[in-house]
Design a protein around this ligand. Structure first.
Ligand SMILES: Nc1ncnc2c1ncn2[C@@H]1O[C@H](COP(=O)(O)OP(=O)(O)O)[C@@H](O)[C@H]1O
Ligand SMILES: [Mg+2]
Length: 475
């Protein structure tokens, strides 16, 4: 492909190598991801202090001049040349430039120079290596001088930098243009999915004070399985066996937790237990779920266009999905009025539905669902809402990111029903913390409470037999 064509290409993708990703056991460190912050009611945004970074040595003036001359030369002389040819001939091109400009003697950093030029020509500039790195799951650009990457669950400041805001904008342009989106002062925010499934969000000045800001969540080619989660200590084998039985018995399950606690990952694992015979409809803001079954229809919401019209919400999609004859409905994240439609669906024969929501405990989740149903604007009495919730939901799985960065399922809770005005919840499994070790790592145990769920019989009836021993704490 010619350089010009490549630069303007509509099919630019984040290049990915073909080898399967090597899963890294997430590093559990106190410094992992930042704690969830409550946005303070301060009138002016407080800019965080620039953290200390292992700074890369400043390039010399000669190096910068050589790079600029080479780029200029390529853009002028080799505009219609094949990118791959140009990359293989970089040695010669640079040698020619050095010959023509004998005041430049910077020859010690040629490998670095070639790498940077290749990144600028074929990829997304300075962040290209991060996007190609299998171990990096997220890339965050906070203006030209601060680029963060998440590696194995740990967020770190990298030594990657851009020249200036314009450089970031140029790369951003290259990312969003092939997706048919634009980003400029009149539409300063973009949320989009790259061809390889990665999510990209960009927001630029004047909205972003620190410069053009890009957040890329890379698509993971092989998502965590139940075995991974057991290996990480997120849940025990008994709990795994239990939730598999819950999915197979077509119970309605809600995964609750904070941002980044692993809800979507757990939802994906739950979905993997759905029978291959079922017709599954998934509904998400950003398609993240990766189901292995054959009969899957994936739906994704749409943001409003520039005139603010044409938005399609989760609620619209939930309603539409009911006319699609689904056996299972899987909803990425329930935030608002769609809760009502979801509960109604669960109560009217769409058993075995799965969803996630943002909250800190099973009890809190139930309270939030009440609020969300109110957002549907139907003016339902609170008692009716509780009846809907108690009738629809069978299980709440509470997931948390603990202080040491590890992810745990802290409660598997049965929704038993309504007693008076109160929704009765009963923990079946809980995380029991016993202390901290000398490294600040949390010591604790996931244990059954000893109580068998009321739906145990329903499971037996469905032909799913769970040994009663999994509900008893082992010595
Ligand atoms: N059980 C787990 N153990 C370790 N890391 C996890 C676990 N579940 C998810 N992660 C990692 O945590 C990050 C956020 O997970 P995700 O499922 O998207 O969370 P949420 O949907 O709650 O925001 C991802 O990088 C994911 O790979
Ligand atoms: Mg999520």
């Amino acid at each position: 492909m010619s350089l010009l064509a490549r630069l303007q290409s509509k099919s630019t993708e984040v290049a990915t190598t073909a080898e399967p990703a090597v899963r890294q056991e997430p590093v559990r460190q106190v410094t992992a991801a930042p704690e969830e912050t409550v946005i303070p009611a301060v009138p002016k945004p407080v800019r965080p202090a620039v953290p200390v970074r292992k700074k890369a040595p400043e390039p010399t003036d000669e190096y910068v001049e050589l790079k600029n001359l080479t780029l200029k030369h390529i853009l002028k002389e080799r505009k219609n040349g094949d990118v791959d040819d140009i990359v293989t001939e970089l040695d010669e091109i640079i040698a020619d430039i050095l010959k023509e400009n004998d005041h430049i003697k910077a020859t010690e950093n040629l490998d670095k120079l070639k790498e940077e030029l290749t990144n600028d020509l074929t990829g997304y500039g300075p962040i290209n290596p991060l996007l190609l790195d299998e171990n990096v799951s997220e890339v965050m650009v906070n203006g030209p001088n601060m680029v963060y990457a998440e590696r194995g669950g740990k967020l770190e400041l990298t030594d990657v930098t851009f020249r200036d805001n314009e450089h970031v904008m140029a790369v951003l342009e290259k990312i969003v243009a092939p997706l048919g989106r634009r980003i400029d002062e009149s539409s300063p925010m973009v949320d989009a999915r790259l061809k390889d499934g990665s999510r990209v969000n960009a927001i630029i000045p004047p909205l972003a004070l620190g410069g053009p800001t890009i957040t890329i969540r890379k698509f993971s080619k092989d998502p965590f399985t139940i075995h991974d989660l057991v290996r990480f200590g997120t849940l025990t084998e008994e709990m795994a066996e239990f939730i598999r039985a819950c999915v197979e018995a077509k119970l309605n399950i809600f995964v609750s937790g904070g941002t980044g606690s692993g809800k979507t990952t757990t939802l994906n694992v739950l979905s993997s237990f759905i029978s291959n015979e079922d017709r599954i409809v998934t509904i998400e803001d950003a398609a993240e779920l990766q189901l292995g079954q054959e009969h899957v229809v994936s739906l994704e919401t749409r943001p409003p266009n520039i005139e603010g019209k044409g938005a399609i919400s989760i609620r619209d999609l939930v309603r539409n999905s009911l006319r699609m004859r689904p056996d299972r409905i899987v909803i990425g994240e329930v935030r608002s009025g769609e809760a009502l439609d979801m509960l109604q669906a669960m109560n009217t024969g769409h058993d075995g539905s799965l969803a996630t929501g943002h909250s800190n405990s099973p009890r809190d989740m139930v309270a939030r669902l009440e609020t969300m149903v109110l957002m549907a604007g139907m003016d339902l009495p609170i008692r009716a809402i509780r009846e809907q919730i108690a009738g629809a939901l069978h299980v709440i799985i509470q997931q948390s990111r603990l202080k040491d960065g590890s992810r745990r399922i802290t409660n598997i809770t049965e929704v038993q029903g309504l007693e008076g005005d109160v929704i009765v919840l009963q923990d079946i499994f809980v995380f029991r913390q016993s202390g901290l070790d000398e490294n600040g790592k949390i010591i604790g145990k996931l244990v059954p409470t000893g109580i068998r769920p009321q739906f145990y019989e329903r499971m037996e009836y469905e032909g799913i037999h769970l040994p009663a021993s999994i509900f008893v704490e082992k010595e």
